[in-house]
Design a protein around this ligand. Structure first.
Ligand code: P1T
Length: 380
């Protein structure tokens, strides 16, 4: 099955053996009757498993070309499950530019449990190996990175992870499997904030993990059930519905992303535009190699590097909504320094380019003329 067909049918055969409903029913139940202890039809309690969630988990596995999918109550809950594969004394080499909440989970929770993190600018793959030692157990890669849109060579990271026998996990939230499939490039774990493009309609918070290896899947299922950060059946249904249009939404996100990146690049009030599809982007060649297109996430800085200037612009936008999050059908704008990345100390975030004048756009699928007119008036 090819990708577009998989978004609609992948893992979805026989979802309703009772009546043949085309969409899986929402099994709004916490428990399942048993004829004798252990005598059930595959489900005993909805933390351990729920048929609507199973349908979604099968869809996750299908679209990422994995074998096993797991759904969690949020993207951070999915990352948390990956971290629980580790033990005190283990080390992680992570992208240095990443979602502020991931950074907070690593440094404010898992560091206290004795796990050591090295935050590295991974866009130069040669810079990674010197941080790997006998305690290293995991490479944590986000690509494109949030919010600087750096691109990391997944194949090069996979070669390193194989050489040193460590796990490679890729946060594929910004790209989605429409643009890149990390498991195909050698990653062991793909993670998503399904809140974003997979759900696609800004109406649900959810996380996903996808793997190929059965032993790894078993351990992650154990953690999912033992720790209990699972999503409910209603949310599972919504994300399953979202995935069915992922390919057509992504196509438009990419088209609109390109038009806006081109527009901003020539605007006299703008200093820099960060979008991996621009030939001037420092990682454009890797992006061309590993991504099918370049997505709808764009960051840019205003010429005046003061917070007030960026805030003035985002407040003036009318069609772009000033809000956290991304990946929905509607366009959003954010100010990373004071919003999504406020939990990263100023000196740390500025090292990676998250300065006060940085604005991040999640370009939606509206008519491009309206989006450009909105930016034009806000930059006025
Ligand atoms: O919000 P949640 O579903 O828990 O996902 C966390 C997360 C993980 N990884 C990436 C790359 C993310 O962007 C996020 C969430 N990000 C935002 C809310 C944001 O506005 O950037």
């Amino acid at each position: 099955m090819k990708f577009n067909t998989k978004t609609i049918h992948g893992g979805q055969h026989n979802v309703d053996p009772a009546y043949g409903a085309v969409m899986p029913p929402i099994y709004q139940t916490s428990t399942y009757s048993q004829t004798t202890p252990g005598g059930h039809k595959g489900y005993e309690y909805s933390r351990s498993g729920n048929p609507t969630r199973t349908a979604l988990e099968n869809a996750f596995a299908s679209i990422e070309n994995g074998k096993f999918g797991l759904a969690f109550s949020s993207g951070l809950a999915a990352i948390d499950a990956v971290m629980k594969l580790l033990k005190p004394g283990d080390e992680v080499v992570s992208t240095n530019d990443l979602y502020g909440g991931s950074y907070r989970l690593f440094t404010k929770i898992y560091q206290d449990f004795g796990i050591k993190f090295h935050f590295v600018g991974m866009q130069d793959a040669n810079a990674i190996e010197k941080y790997i030692n006998k305690n290293t157990k995991l490479l944590w890669v986000e690509t494109p990175t949030n919010p600087m849109m750096n691109i990391i060579d997944i194949k090069a990271c996979a070669a390193l992870s194989k050489k040193h026998n460590i796990l490679l996990a890729v946060d594929n939230t910004f790209a989605t499997p429409y643009l890149q499939q990390p498991l195909e490039l050698g990653a062991d774990i793909v993670m998503h904030s399904a809140t974003k493009y997979l759900g696609g309609h800004s109406d649900v918070v959810m996380g996903a993990l996808i793997v190929k290896d059965e032993k790894l899947a078993e351990r992650l299922y154990f953690i999912q059930n033992a720790s209990g950060a699972v999503c409910g059946p209603q949310d599972s249904f919504l994300v399953l519905r979202g995935i069915k249009t992922l390919h057509i939404r992504m196509q438009r996100h990419c088209e609109n992303g390109k038009a806006i990146a081109d527009y901003l690049s020539t605007h006299p009030k703008i200093e820099k535009v960060y979008w991996p599809g621009l030939p001037s982007h420092p990682n454009h060649e890797i992006a061309k190699k590993q991504m099918k297109d370049f997505g709808g996430m764009i960051s840019f800085t205003t010429k005046k590097n003061i917070m007030a200037e960026a805030i003035k612009v985002v407040e003036k936008l009318k069609i772009f909504t000033l809000a956290e999050s991304l990946g929905g059908v509607e366009s959003l704008a954010g100010h990373p320094a004071s919003m999504t990345h406020a939990s990263i100390p100023k000196e740390e975030r500025e090292k990676t380019g998250v300065i006060d004048s940085l604005i991040r756009l999640s370009v939606g699928i509206e008519d491009i003329e309206d989006l450009i007119a909105d930016l034009k008036q806000a930059l006025g």
